[in-house]
Design a protein around this ligand. Structure first.
Ligand code: COA
Length: 150
């Protein structure tokens, strides 16, 4: 498996991106503005992340996803550490990521990689998503924003 930047002419792995974000219009919007990186194995795309510059010297991982059959094997960790490496290489000083209050595993993963909770966007998912989202038996209502200095 290796991770590489997706060229602008290549098709984005929309199915994978929708695993992390059910809003196709949001995904299309940030994919057009940011850079998409893919994990490939045997010519199959099995993981993806998207980096989007948001403020001076700051970039955000706006999407990270691993194909369901490949989850739990360390690929998500490789994607997050690759995003940190790429952001550092490009001279960014801060990397941000956001996740839902119900995304227990994701909150664990990001904190294991040095991201700290900086704020809570209260009712973000209620305001911006038409469908109710449930994970781990918890309604996803609030966006937990995390950040790491590079
Ligand atoms: N408590 C503690 N740690 C947990 C956990 C929990 N409930 N759930 C997951 N983790 C940890 C794992 O233990 C692992 O760390 P460890 O090896 O040190 O134990 C780490 O989080 C993730 O492991 P990994 O195998 O690399 O994750 P993955 O390849 O399955 O990828 C996602 C993680 C989130 C990218 C993947 O599950 C996915 O695509 N989910 C659907 C899309 C999504 O939710 N994207 C994120 C949107 S914010």
């Amino acid at each position: 498996m290796y991770i590489r930047k997706l060229e602008k002419h290549e098709k984005v792995p929309m199915e994978l991106l929708l695993l992390a974000d059910p809003s196709k219009s949001f995904v299309e919007d940030y994919v057009a503005k940011g850079d998409c990186f893919i994990a490939e194995s045997e010519e199959q795309i099995i993981g993806v992340y998207v980096l989007l510059p948001t403020r001076p010297k700051t970039v955000e991982i706006v999407n990270v996803a691993v194909a369901e059959e490949h989850q739990g094997k360390g690929i998500g960790k490789l994607l997050v550490s690759d995003a940190v490496r790429v952001a550092k290489t490009h001279g960014y000083k801060t990397i941000d990521i956001g996740t839902g209050n119900s995304s227990i595993g994701q909150l664990a993963l990001y904190q294991k990689y040095g991201f700290r909770i900086v704020s809570v966007d209260y009712n973000y998912f209620v305001k911006h998503y038409s469908e109710e989202i449930y994970e781990n038996g918890i309604q996803c209502t609030d966006m937990i924003r995390l950040s790491r200095e590079l």
